[in-house]
Design a protein around this ligand. Sequence first.
Ligand SMILES: *Cc1c(COP(=O)(O)O)cnc(C)c1O
Length: 382
Amino acid sequence: MNNSKIWLSSPHMGGTEQKYVGEAFAENWVAPLGPNVDGFEADLQNFTGVPHAAALSSGTAALHLALILLGVDQGDEVICQSFTFSASANPILYCRATPVFIDSEYDTWNMDPVLLEEAILDRLAKRKTIKAIIVVHLYGMPAKMSEIINIANKYGIPLIEDAAEGLGSRYYNKPLGSFGKFGILSFNGNKIITTSGGGALLSDDQSEIQKARFLATQARDSAPHYQHSQVGYNYRMSNICAGIGRGQMEVLDERIIQRRANHEFYLDNLKEMSWIEFLKEPEGFYSNRWLSCILINRDNGVDRESIRLALEKVNIESRPLWKPMHKQPIFSSYPFYGNGTSENLFKNGLCLPSGSNLKLDDLKRVVNEIKQAYNGQCLNNQ
Ligand SMILES: *Cc1c(COP(=O)(O)O)cnc(C)c1O
């Protein structure tokens, strides 16, 4: 029996990455900045339709710079989706601001617009200053953007789109990352495309992206010597990583098709299992299906953990959905506006192997092992 490891989401090179990296070596552009960084930024601008992009060392760095550019400081509040990866919220603490967490709705698993408005009204009644809203497109599924944008505009609060998981997804045909005052992307090793590690900040506002580039290169004033009048950061992307990114951009469309096909395969082959539920795309929503996720409705004593552990035993990596931020020890003391959705998703949700490099045999193995795990558990429990 084939027992080779099946990963959740592993890097998948396209083939031309080494050409761009080789050019950097040939020209000795082994440095932060360089032609690959410029080329990669142009590729991102073309793909997302956002006119200005800064390639950075990580998605987390991009979020941090977005908050700094919005003037987030000690005592301010920043509203953030609770159901996300901690990198969405950590930069709020870097700025010594207070995160205010919002629960999700069941249609997209992202920020609930109703709770968002309730929270804004309550924070304003408490005389708090809300400097930004961070909405996340989790697992590639777009959030309910028109509702969220309307609320952000109504109260005049800038929107940051954490599209780290959503590159290639669309909302009514408009690419994610292009809706907010700022959009952020990640090219970490497990994302839909990777630069081994990296991120980007997107904006329609050229002067903001120029400021981001300035802050990301140690805030160096123009002078022949090194002169600084602001705190700077070392957040730029290296020309080597950007070379990988340029190669990856050539295969991004293919990667989206492959990830979506994984999701279709799981749906087709598991849909007769009444205890498994999938997240559908609402009309007008197009997900890159970065990760294929299922909800396991406890049935015959079978729950999420029993399936995950059974897969682990046969060398298949799967992972619970993100544990919401308001339940994390580091964030549990901050304000939270909730309805139980994200806790329920965390309790019952599982991310299945979703890499664009999975073979048909890998996908079949995952499906068979899930069915076997269920049948085995049911027998045990009789
Ligand atoms: C990966 C990720 C980030 C952070 O990206 P890094 O490049 O790893 O810093 C931020 N938000 C979400 C939702 C992510 O999944």
